[in-house]
Ligand binder design. Sequence first.
Ligand code: SAH
Ligand code: SF4
Length: 355
Amino acid sequence: MSKTSIYGLTYEQLTDWLVEQGEKRFRADQVWNWLYKKRISNFNEMKNVNKETIELLDNSFVLHTLGEEIRQESKDGTIKFLFKLEDGNLIETVLMRFHYGLSVCVTTQVGCNIGCTFCASGLLRKSRDLSSGEIVEQIMNVQKHLDTMGNDERVSHIVVMGIGEPLDNFTNLMDFLHVVNDDRGLNIGARHITVSTSGLAHKIYEFADQDLQVNLAISLHAPNNDLRTRIMKINKAFPIEKLMKAVDYYLEKKNRRITYEYIMLRDVNDHREEAIQLANLINDHRHLAYVNLIPYNTVDEHIDYQRSQSESIQAFYETLKDRGINCGVRWENGADIDAACGQLRSKQIKKSKAV
Ligand code: SAH
Ligand code: SF4
């Protein structure tokens, strides 16, 4: 059996494992420090840990399961990584620079089964979930890359918006969140982490019951069932009413602002009528709502969809604002490097099939 990634263990799981092996509890603290503060690339670097413990760890775990296939750097500082998993599958991770810090977008599944009609990630069905270790390792690899640049830069924010539906890989997602949030290690604040879902209502209840204060984003993209079902077939299983009931529960439990993502698709969902419907839909909890208007990144395979014109985006924005809805337009990062989520991966897969 191949060894698993040590990054998949939460602090508590690592402690339990070490104690089971007959080690003292404080070892966990030392090991954690080497993993996440000193960011070793080999267990032998753990100087204050005895040889037997190192051997024990080395026999059961590995520090590297991802290999860097491609790294694309954009003029605006965005870096896109294409990683190869141990089974040969490819995943994407993106580092983005903002005025408030460095944000990493992580992948949670190989492919996606939700199959939204506009998305590059959904072109390939899910072949498997990523393990918690594989998700944490994306952050570690980006952080280690920053470490080698020597500018003392730190990943400060995470968006779980890469390939896959995070709430469909719930346990691994939660372990990942606990690891990166742990203040003995990477210490990335929960309020700096956002999980985006296509709207798996039953999982939103479960998410609301967790004690982590991470942000939730919902990919709404349409304000009525007809249109939403047309562009996101998940809306059949979880229509807007069901989704909004889950939202009510989340707000009651957490009292935290929800972001509604809304891709601007030309002549599909960008009319004044839809802006009014959207404002009405979230009117009751508008004090805890933020609408993120996302100019669509065209995907070669989805020829039916184009990006809305800037005037339509502006008009949509104004209509929402006039109705007291907090909103903004997310202008993209890394426009010159296959910016749309899943694009680099799908291009690479196509290339490898062509040869
Ligand atoms: N599966 C989750 C998270 C990953 S997708 C979800 O759907 O929320 C992250 C966001 O990127 C979603 O809002 C998704 O709708 C959006 N997205 C997908 N394809 C896009 C594209 N081509 N252009 C712009 N945004 C896109
Ligand atoms: Fe999956 Fe999200 Fe893409 Fe939909 S938008 S296919 S849920 S990754």
